[in-house]
Design a protein around this ligand. Structure first.
Ligand SMILES: [Cu+2]
Length: 279
């Protein structure tokens, strides 16, 4: 590779990186994406901001430590400094290098605990759905008192079908989890066999699906669209092939979908969840 070619390649690579960062996928990853997926919920936004801020702190600390190391190597090597000082204590310095890192940790802990509280304390739900993880697909249940009373299974689409439908392979599913925009959705997550994980990057949601234990997570977004996620806990051979697809629609479309889905999935028997305690 000539120098000029190398320069051109580097420029292309760099611009691809920045383009990726600028156009981070919404609801799905994009080639050369460098950043988090575009946040569409308050939680994902907070999560991304905290992640980026902590990254800056990490960068500054690493640069500072590197600078100290370079100073030590250059100024205090045997040649430059043949007679070393016998100093062993410096009270001021010791207080500083204890106190400053502690203060940095406290500064990180405050927003971190705020985020944790936001994730754990569920707001009042407008809609509750249940996501049951199986080897290797998801089942969703809509409660009766919210116009539901049905459940269905959601399997990954084969690559050819996904491509035909112009949807991303390995992420597209046959039956999407349809929910309305602007409503607080609480998702009850449980494992039907082994531990799985319900994760949707654009929502900032990630919750373990544990057999015999009902976990809950929530999200609220005003942006209609389709948001993909994946099982994010190693759960067996086909772990990579149990994606999650959430379609956020307007309230009217949601009502229409509910009516249709009730008919479509009416014959589905509710599947009992296998609890570890019963086996
Ligand atoms: Cu899984």
């Amino acid at each position: 590779m000539t120098r000029r070619n190398f320069g051109a390649t580097l420029a292309v690579l760099l611009s691809a990186c920045f383009a990726g960062a600028a156009f981070a996928g919404t609801g799905q990853p994009t080639p050369w994406q460098m950043n988090m997926q575009t946040p569409v919920t308050e939680m994902a936004e907070f999560l991304g901001t905290l992640h980026n801020s902590v990254n800056i702190v990490i960068g500054l600390i690493s640069a500072f430590v590197l600078l100290l190391l370079v100073i030590v190597v250059v100024r205090f090597n045997e040649k430059a400094n043949p007679v070393p000082s016998k100093t062993t204590h410096h009270t001021g310095l010791e207080i500083a290098w204890t106190l400053i890192p502690a203060l940095i940790l406290v500064a990180i802990a405050i927003p971190s605990f705020r985020l944790l509280t936001m994730q754990i304390q569920l707001p009042k739900a407008d809609i509750t759905v249940k996501a049951v993880a199986h080897q290797w697909y998801w089942s969703y249940e809509y409660p009766e008192d919210q116009g539901g009373g049905f459940g269905f299974d959601s399997y990954m689409l084969p690559r050819e079908d996904a491509e035909k439908a112009n949807q991303p392979a390995l992420l597209a599913v046959d039956n999407e989890l349809v929910l309305p925009a602007g409503k607080t959705v609480v998702v009850q997550v449980v494992g039907g066999d082994v531990i799985h994980n319900f994760a949707i990057p654009s929502f900032g949601v990630r919750m373990d699906a544990v057999p015999g234990r009902l976990n809950q997570t929530w999200f609220k977004t005003d942006k209609e669209g389709i948001y993909y996620g994946q099982c994010s806990r190693l759960c067996g051979a086909n772990h990579a092939y149990m994606p999650i697809a959430v379609r956020i629609v307007s309230a009217e479309k949601y009502a229409a979908w509910l009516t249709e889905a009730k008919k479509k999935f009416a014959s589905n028997d509710a599947q009992p969840i296998a609890l570890a305690a019963n086996e």
